[in-house]
Design a protein around this ligand. Structure first.
Ligand SMILES: Nc1ncnc2c1ncn2[C@@H]1O[C@H](COP(=O)(O)OP(=O)(O)OP(=O)(O)O)[C@@H](O)[C@H]1O
Length: 715
């Protein structure tokens, strides 16, 4: 029988070779899969990094731009400016002196020599390099380069032969007369285009933060470019300061019972306000015509110099000694939480507190008490500044008048003799005359000399002084404070609570700011935090006066020019938006507010705050509130510069003024954005309807609050 063959049994012990092969196979798959995953991950991370870097390369952080800045040698700048010869000095700002220079290749440049050992200067230097250094636009002054020589810092700009708008409008031998309407309109459009570039074309957007005539420079063709990015900042992603800010305003309005029905979601395009309850028009006027003088200084983005590619730039790192490694050395603020009681929360109501109390008080006081009360007023200044950042331009005028009401003031007496009209009035401010006669005088002197003279006068004619003082106060009350003197008990309670340390919830997460007056580099005087220390803007003036001799020393704009350069100041008084400082966020709409003021200044040829020689004219002291009154009266064209006579385009002028009013709205959301502004100016878009408070026929109830003289009296 044939034997049955069976298939061979599989070996009970697997072939070790095949096992090895299988293992190697799986290992290879695992390794290659891991490698692939790692590669993919690496690629993803690289892509992420690249896209981030690439994004940061977009304007204004074009990484190549700062590198394009030329590093000048000190020697080169010395020879260009003839060793910084005074004769070549073309201007003086808050942080340094500007010289005209001619480079070896014959090119004209403006060389800004920043004040050594000044934090303000250091901050400006960093900001200009970081922000302006990366910007290229026909509407922005170009930064050509810089120079670092030990502690000295220089910035080199393209030269603008027609200097600043400030000088063109208000400077000695001002070209104001030759500044025709078309040129003014073009300048307004250029400034709007410049802001459009900053807000809309730059990614991330740049907020200038200090739009004013001094920062608008004119080229040989009188086309305008904006300059001075010392206070500017880059808007970082996810910022929503405006909404928060408005919420704060909303809250404060609710608190004071002055409700205006503007939902927080209100679209950016301005719409007429509807009133649900009675609108406190006087308060609105007061608050919106107020100026900001914030001492808060944490918001300005400072540039970390370490982030500069020092090697590429050839900057010696040793040159940068003295700068905080994190770029924070330039910050003047100390967010001290321990001194909360010293700080007051932000509220517009501060500005609307009845000043007549102080006035009445002063009027009935003997002279020495008068001085004491002035001191008291000074304290007020402190707490108004501190935290709230809110100062009213009327307050400035008030304080100024306070210092002027001194019968021994020779200018005042002289002027009285010279002018029968003024003699009758007996108590007029004479800035116009002083402007001519007192150039170079120190504003502080008036404040300090006057009280000394008062002492003498007390024996000679204290009665006289009191009488004049009272007259002045009565007049002032009648003319300017009547509308704000009728505050309800709510407001007074609020004021009382306020002084006791009552705090309104603040959106800035409880941060309060310790304000330090800066003296020299790295040196701060903590005593200045004492709220009992009298803060007067005169201090800033005195400090500044030593350095600068402005033709507008005695003008209304003296406030803005001088204060702008006061240490730890943000923005320029009269130009700075009401929300700036108190809320802490500087947003695009703050620039829009400043643009609104600037438009009015250009159209009217007046400074935003300008005390003139007669009380009738004093009604026009505050350009913004005067403009609002004209709008209510339906006569905005009265604001147009008299020097233009009839040589202006009425439609354009009306458009500009109404547009400015839109920009000057208290609520940032209600202000148009810069894209709309450019379109409106170009005639590509209609101006939205003006809010009802600017319309020619507001409810009669609102008018009843003001005892203002009829327009015919105005001149
Ligand atoms: N590029 C420039 N070309 C011509 N003149 C210039 C240039 N830059 C500045 N100036 C002149 O120098 C003056 C001072 O300029 P600067 O920027 O230092 O100060 P400011 O902007 O007027 O004041 P602040 O710095 O206090 O805001 C200007 O008003 C202008 O007349």
């Amino acid at each position: 029988m044939p034997s049955r063959s069976f298939p061979p049994n599989p070996s009970p012990n697997p072939n070790p070779h095949s096992i090895l092969r299988t293992r190697v196979f799986f290992l290879a798959i695992t390794v290659s899969a891991s490698a692939l995953i790692l590669l993919a991950l690496f690629f993803f991370l690289f892509y992420l990094w690249y896209s981030l870097v690439d994004r940061s390369r977009t304007s204004p952080f074009d990484s190549s731009a700062p590198l394009k800045l030329q590093r000048f040698s000190y020697r080169e700048l010395k020879s260009a400016t003839n060793v910084f010869n005074e004769a070549n000095s073309i201007g003086r700002g808050g942080s340094g002196t500007v010289f005209r220079g001619i480079l070896r290749d014959g090119k004209s440049v403006a060389v800004k020599k920043l004040d050594a050992s000044s934090l303000q200067a250091e901050k400006e230097f960093q900001n200009e390099l970081q922000i302006l250094g990366g910007l290229r636009s026909p509407f922005v002054v170009s930064l050509l380069g810089f120079c670092i020589e030990k502690k000295k810092r220089f910035l080199v700009y393209e030269y603008m032969p027609n200097r600043s708008l400030q000088e063109s409008l208000f400077g000695e031998g001002s070209g104001g007369l030759n500044f025709n309407w078309d040129r003014r309109f073009e300048i307004i459009l250029d400034i709007a285009r410049a802001l459009a570039f900053l807000h809309l074309e730059c990614d991330p957007p740049v907020i200038h933060g200090d739009i004013k005539p001094g920062n608008v420079l004119l080229g040989s063709d009188h086309r305008a470019k904006i300059s001075d990015f010392g206070l500017s900042r880059i808007k970082t992603e996810g910022e929503f300061g405006i909404e928060l800010c408005s919420q704060e305003l909303w809250k404060s309005q609710e608190l004071s019972g002055n409700l205006t029905a503007v939902p927080l979601e209100t679209p950016t395009v301005a719409t007429p306000l509807e009133s649900t309850t009675e609108v406190d028009f006087a308060l609105a006027l007061q608050a919106s015509s107020s100026s900001k003088n914030s001492k808060i200084d944490y918001n300005v983005k400072t540039f970390n110099l370490n982030s500069l590619n020092l090697n590429t730039n050839g900057i010696n790192e040793n040159d940068l000694k003295g700068i905080d490694a994190k770029g924070k050395g330039v910050s003047t603020m100390d967010f001290a939480g321990e001194d909360w009681n010293k700080f007051v929360p932000y509220d517009y109501e501060l500005c609307s507190i009845d000043h007549s109390k102080e006035l009445n008080f002063n009027a009935s006081l003997p002279i020495d008490d008068l001085m004491a009360s002035t001191k008291q007023w000074g304290k007020d200044w402190w707490w108004r500044q501190d935290g709230s950042g809110e100062l009213c331009s009327k307050d400035y005028v008030m304080e100024w008048i306070g210092s002027q009401i001194c019968p021994t003031n020779p200018d005042w007496e002289d002027e009285k003799k010279n002018s029968p009209e003024k003699t009758n009035l007996g108590n007029l401010t004479q800035i116009d005359k002083i402007e001519d006669e007192k150039k170079g005088s120190n504003f502080e002197e008036l404040g300090s000399v006057c009280p000394k003279k008062i002492e003498k006068k007390e024996t000679r004619g204290g009665k006289n002084c009191k009488k004049k003082h009272r007259k002045m106060q009565e007049w002032w009350k009648e003319e300017h404070l009547a509308e704000i003197s009728k505050k309800g008990s709510k407001l007074r309670k609020l004021e009382a609570k306020w002084k006791k340390g009552f705090k309104i919830p603040h959106f800035d997460m409880g941060r309060r700011f310790r304000i330090r007056k800066r003296s020299t580099f790295g040196e701060e005087n903590q005593n200045d935090c004492d709220p009992n220390v009298e803060f007067s803007f005169r201090k800033g003036l005195k400090k500044k006066n030593k350095l600068s001799a402005g033709s507008d020393m005695w003008s209304g704009d003296l406030f803005s020019r001088e204060l702008s350069s006061t240490t730890s100041m943000r923005g320029t008084v009269c130009y700075v938006a009401p929300e700036y400082g108190g809320c802490g966020y500087l947003m695009e709409k703050a620039d829009i507010y400043s643009l609104g003021v600037l438009i009015l200044v250009i159209v009217s040829g007046r400074r935003p705050l300008h005390v003139l020689s007669s009380p009738m004219k004093l009604e026009k002291a505050n350009l913004i509130s005067w403009c609002r009154h004209l709008a209510q009266a339906g006569n905005v064209l009265e604001l147009v510069d008299e020097r233009l006579k009839d040589g202006f385009n009425k439609d354009q002028a009306r458009l500009c003024i109404n547009l400015a009013l839109m920009c000057l709205q208290k609520m940032p959301e209600l202000r148009p954005d810069i894209g709309e502004i450019v379109k409106i100016l170009k005639g590509e878009m209609d101006l939205p309807a003006l809010p009802f408070e600017f319309s020619p026929s507001p409810p009669s109830k609102l008018f009843s609050r003001s005892r203002r003289r009829p327009k015919s009296d105005a001149e």
